[in-house]
Write a protein that binds this ligand. Sequence first.
Ligand code: PLP
Length: 464
Amino acid sequence: MITDNKTPYRLISDEGLKKLRAREDELFAKRTKKSKDTFDKAQEMLLNGVPMPWMGDWGTSYPIFVNKASGNIVEDIDGNEYIDFCLGDTGAMFGHSPEATAEIVAKQVKQGITTMMPSIDSLEIGKELSKRFGLPLWQVAMTATEANRYVIRNCRALTGRPKVLSINESYHGSLDETLPHIGLDGKLKLRSEYDMNPAVPKEALSRVVEFNDIEALENELSYKDCACVLIEPVMTNCGMVLPEPGYHEKLRELCDKYGTYLIYDETHTFSNGYGGYTKAYGLKPDFITLGKSIAGGIPVSVYGFTKEIGDRINETYGHKSVSDPMGIGGTLSANAFAIAAMRETLQKVATEEAFEKMFTGQNRLSDGLEKILYKYNIPWSLTRSGARCELQFMPNAPKTGSEAKKYFDWELMYYLHIYLENRGILITPFHNMMLISPVTTDEDIDYLIKGWKDCLTELVEIGK
Ligand SMILES: Cc1ncc(COP(=O)(O)O)c(C=O)c1O
């Protein structure tokens, strides 16, 4: 959610914030000399000094280069240690290199990485995913983006409809269909900060509505040209936005009414429980997609669907030749290495007990942060969801992506992030999301609460 907005609830003047930022930049430069040198050298061979665009977007003038990450601790090449509440934006939700995953990966890597043949572990993951998410049939891809792409392809093929309906300010990977957003005039934006590509015919591919807006949803679906709705159960990429009571039930009803498939993207909301938000809240999807954390960070993703959909795929395209007419494959997908990592992670790492620890930790953190907001009269809100929580620069939690965006403040946010980073804490870039892993200790959480308290009380004091 890139924006020039400034929240009206900044706590401090622009001038005051600039001074503090200069102090933190200086401190950062002293602590991270090797990262700076490496970043400068990298300009010669990597676009903007990083191998992937997001890596340059931590809000510091250059990223820290990582030496190693283990459990919930990251060490940079200057030898600084950080308690990690970003956890690879959920890719490392269960901690970096969980022991069971690391062990099976070390073993499997010597027994064949990829063969384009199924391994027996794939039955186990099918069983495990069905038990958790309630959908009977599963397929494997490489990334969450790719799982979403394949599901969209299926939905289009089965309905003969071209469009995908997504939610304003949501993110499901770099899919042309779901990158468009709504402009201030309420219309589809043909070029936006997320999608500068003028060559994509967005009007032909996309419909976009606000989260929690049932009326708009019905209006858009009533054109009967949407193959599917692709949605997160909780919005997690524009701050966090929770569904209003009854929203998901109504969504299901409308998808049925207008013959549109309903896809829940559980890539982030897997942090809501053993069977994601779907199991925790009894959702009834046609498809589920998820990736990132399911194999402890080893690249692999999955998508699940109903028996009726499986039958329709076979009826429409002919049993055993599903992949060709649908254009779905992926040479490396479902390789033995990734499947072994997923089985071990699901069975030994992402356990019910692990989720319980994560929720308890999140409540400790959220209680601590809410106490600070209350005690120092800071008009910001905290949103809790599963193992994650999010601090937003507005007095009441947002109901839509547009509302979240309106109060966003890139400059303020990145000041907060560099302040915490200089004190050995990482939180998710792009917003103020904090994620608790099963290996995060109470001491780690209390240290983060103290970091926020010191940072915010200084802002309040200077802003008086
Ligand atoms: C909800 C959601 N779905 C899908 C994706 C895409 O994941 P990946 O980049 O691993 O393909 C993301 C990435 O942040 C996401 O937040």
